[in-house]
Structures are given as structure tokens and as C-alpha cells.
Design a protein around this ligand. Structure first.
Ligand SMILES: Nc1ncnc2c1ncn2[C@@H]1O[C@H](COP(=O)(O)OP(=O)(O)OP(=O)(O)O)[C@@H](O)[C@H]1O
Ligand SMILES: [Mg+2]
Length: 394
């Protein structure tokens, strides 16, 4: 059977045909091996931490398998959610219910049906998980309400002692206190930190996928897509899928994949990303309370204030997720017309700090960058990609 592009490149689901196994830089062991090993250690809780969209959920699904995995999201928990009730329900167990039992009254031989209620005990649930070889994955743990996280950790601590298997998945620096910094759990944790993807591994997704589809792609083109994917396998899958769609629509599946197709695919890919509000907030910067800001004349463009310049500088070539201050400054100075005045380094630093404050006071989608100790970190690869190809910086 001929495979379809959407079966091969799967940005939102398990990529059966383009799954890539990576090695963790620290240990030189594959992530699959490390997770398998961690699950085998009885009495330990596994904590898997990594940046957004790096393949944490997919790794759990690969290693545990769909038959044995029970996935719960941190977002499934409200303040009053009963932990064991949820854990039972997700495994298909009825936690509470009624059953009918028929009883006979000896003297009269009358039969009557008695309704009895039952509720599963935590012990029974743990037994069931062990018997069926199930592994509980609490995904996006940071979405659980803060007060709830400690309670969950408490329940897990007790259960893992009895051979219950669980993995807690979260973003770096979030939810740390409940799991990794919880003294009760120390010495009972297997820690796996997932690193961002390298260009070579991302490139493999394209090489493997296009070869499965019998579409030719130059090595150098696959590399370019990998660089543009900014360490995100999801972006890589997305762009490759869009390239296939463009080829299909052009009616020539075997057309050469060149620069023009690439750039169209990049632009199509941004169509589903919702960063418009983030970009406009960044360009506007904090409220000036009526005062006007200094502007700088950009080469071949219109005057921009410092906030607009910062946004433009982030989007410049080459795409980088971690910019030293000197790079930001160099990019900004490079954009301003030669004989025009330039912002001072101090002013740039102040604006970066204000930008950070502005964004971090908002919802999660706004937390796209971190300005820390002279380095500007872009936290969300999809945001940087949007900025480069969504027209956001123009
Ligand atoms: N090992 C892999 N090989 C190929 N593609 C992958 C791999 N891991 C992840 N991907 C791609 O990246 C997408 C996102 O992966 P996943 O949902 O596991 O990320 P995540 O780290 O759990 O993200 P989030 O932080 O949003 O929960 C997948 O749908 C898939 O397209
Ligand atoms: Mg996930």
C-alpha cells in the first residue's frame, strides 16, 4: 500500500514512520533506553523534564506502548479531583458503583435483589495496574493546580513503594518543587532531562519520511529545513508535511524541492500559529503614559522604536534560540542606517528587561523569551519560527 504524506509526517501525533531515536548528550545512551531502564527500577518515580514540543509524550508512548500506557494530563486535575478515582477511571476501572446481588430468604424461599454499593480501594487500583502491567504517565504536570501537585506527589510516593509505576512529565523549572525538590521523594527519583534536538537528528526525519514517500530531497535542503525547525521535531514534521501538500497541489509530486517551495512551505506552516497578539504586544512595549519614544531609522525602512528593533533583531538570520547580548546589539546596529544615531547598550538592556517583565505577567502563550544574565533565550521555537515566516517582524 502506498503511504500518504499525512501518515508519514505527523506533527500532532505518534510518527510511526518517521520516529527517530536520539541519544542524550550527557550519557550517550538513547532516551528510549534510559526511560526503559528507569521504569524497570521498582520503587522509583520517573521525572521526565524537557522544553516544550521536544517529544516527551511521544517518548513515553514509544517506550511504554499504547497497550500499557495510561495518560493523565495535569490539566485533568481540579482542586477537588480525587487522585485515585481519576487514576482508576483512566484505566477503565469503575471506582464507585452498584452491583445487584440476589438473596434468598431461607424461611420463605422468597428471593429479593439487594443493591450494594462499592468503591474501589487504592490497594485494588494499585494491584490492577501491576497485574495489567500499566504505567501511569502524568503529562504536563505543570498544568495541575499548584496546591494539588503536592498531594499528587504524596500519593505517588506511597504507591511507588508498592511497585506502582509512574512517570511525571513537565517543562523545566515548573512544578520542580513538588517532585524534584520534594525531600520526601529524594533518593526515589529517576531523572531524565530531555535536551533540544540537534540539526542532524531533525534532518533524519526528512530523509526517512521523504524516502518512505519515494520523493527525492537533497541533503542540503533537508539540512536547511532542520536549521529552520529550531530544535523542534514538531516543526520539522509540519514543514515536511506542507512541502508534500504543495507538491501534491502543483500536480507534480516529483518536482525538485527548491528554495521557492521551501519558503512557501514555511509561510504555510505559520498559518496555524497564534502569536499575533504576542508580537504586537512586544512591538508596542510597556505603556509610555503618553510620552513618545526615540525612534531609529532602519535601512530601507521606516523609523522604528527600540521595541520594534528588538523584535526584528530576534527574527534575523541565522535563526538562534539563545542570543548573547552582543549579538542582539550587533543585529540592531546592523539594521540602523549608517549615519543615524544608535541606541546605547544600556537602553537596549533596559528595554529587554521591561519586555521580559511585560510578557511574564501574561498568560503562558506570552512567555516566549527569557532575558537572563546577559543572554536572551527564546523559549518557544514555534514563536521564533512565526516571527521569521509569519510576517510578524516585517
Ligand atoms: N522521536 C521523534 N521522532 C520524530 N518525530 C518526533 C519525535 N518526538 C516527537 N516528534 C514530533 O514532535 C511532535 C511533538 O512531540 P510531543 O508531543 O511528544 O512533544 P512534548 O515534548 O510532549 O510537547 P509538550 O511540551 O507540548 O507536551 C510529535 O507529534 C511528533 O510529530
Ligand atoms: Mg506532551
Amino acid at each position: 500500500m502506498k503511504l500518504r504524506a499525512e501518515d508519514v509526517f505527523r506533527p500532532g501525533a505518534f510518527p510511526e514512520y518517521t520516529y527517530i531515536s536520539r541519544k542524550s548528550a550527557v550519557s550517550d545512551l538513547s532516551y528510549e533506553f534510559r526511560l526503559t531502564q528507569a521504569i524497570k527500577v521498582s520503587g522509583f518515580l520517573t521525572s521526565l523534564v524537557g522544553p516544550s514540543k521536544m517529544g516527551k509524550t511521544i517518548l513515553c508512548e514509544k517506550v511504554i506502548g499504547f497497550e500499557n500506557i495510561v495518560e493523565i494530563s495535569g490539566a485533568d486535575f481540579g482542586e477537588d479531583t480525587d487522585f485515585w478515582k481519576l487514576v482508576a477511571a483512566k484505566a477503565g476501572l469503575a471506582y464507585e458503583g452498584q452491583f445487584a446481588s440476589e438473596k434468598k430468604i431461607e424461611e420463605t424461599s422468597d428471593r429479593y435483589t439487594k443493591r450494594e454499593t462499592f468503591s474501589l480501594t487504592k490497594d485494588k487500583i494499585i494491584e490492577y495496574y501491576k497485574k495489567e502491567n500499566l504505567v501511569l504517565v502524568i503529562d504536563d504536570f505543570h498544568y495541575a493546580p499548584e496546591e494539588k501537585r503536592m498531594q499528587i506527589a504524596q500519593q505517588l510516593k506511597d504507591a511507588i513503594r508498592r511497585g506502582f509505576k509512574a512517570i511525571v512529565v513537565s517543562l523545566p523549572h515548573r512544578a520542580d518543587e513538588a517532585i524534584r525538590q520534594n525531600a520526601d521523594l529524594s533518593g526515589r527519583l529517576s531523572l531524565i532531562n530531555m535536551e533540544p534536538w540537534e540539526v542532524a537528528d531533525l534532518k533524519e526525519i526528512a530523509m526517512l519520511g521523504f524516502s518512505r514517500l519515494e520523493i527525492k530531497i537533497e541533503d542540503e535542503i533537508a539540512e536547511q529545513i532542520a536549521v529552520e525547525s529550531l530544535s523542534s521535531p514538531q516543526l520539522m514534521q509540519y514543514i515536511c508535511l506542507n512541502i508534500c501538500t504543495i507538491l501534491e497541489m502543483s500536480g507534480n509530486q516529483h518536482a525538485q524541492i527548491g528554495q521557492e517551495i521551501l519558503e512557501t512551505a514555511y509561510r504555510y506552516t505559520t498559518a496555524n500559529f497564534e502569536y499575533g497578539d504576542v508580537v504586537s504586544l512586544m512591538k508596542k512595549g510597556p505603556n509610555t503614559r503618553g510620552k513618545s519614544r526615540n525612534t531609529f531609522l532602519v535601512k530601507g525602512g521606516h523609523p522604528c522604536d527600540l521595541y520594534e528593533l528588538i523584535v526584528k533583531s530576534i527574527a534575523e538570520n541565522p535563526p538562534i534560540m539563545k542570543l548573547e547580548f552582543e549579538d542582539v546589539k550587533k543585529r540592531i546596529y546592523g539594521m540602523i542606517s549608517d549615519d543615524c544615531k544608535k541606541p546605547t547598550p544600556q537602553a537596549i538592556k533596559e528595554s529587554l528587561a521591561k519586555l521580559q517583565e511585560l510578557l511574564h505577567g501574561r498568560e503562558d502563550i506570552f512567555k516566549v523569551l527569557d532575558w537572563k544574565e546577559g543572554v536572551l533565550y527564546i523559549l518557544d521555537p514555534l514563536f521564533l519560527f512565526y516571527l521569521r515566516w509569519g510576517g510578524g517582524s516585517k
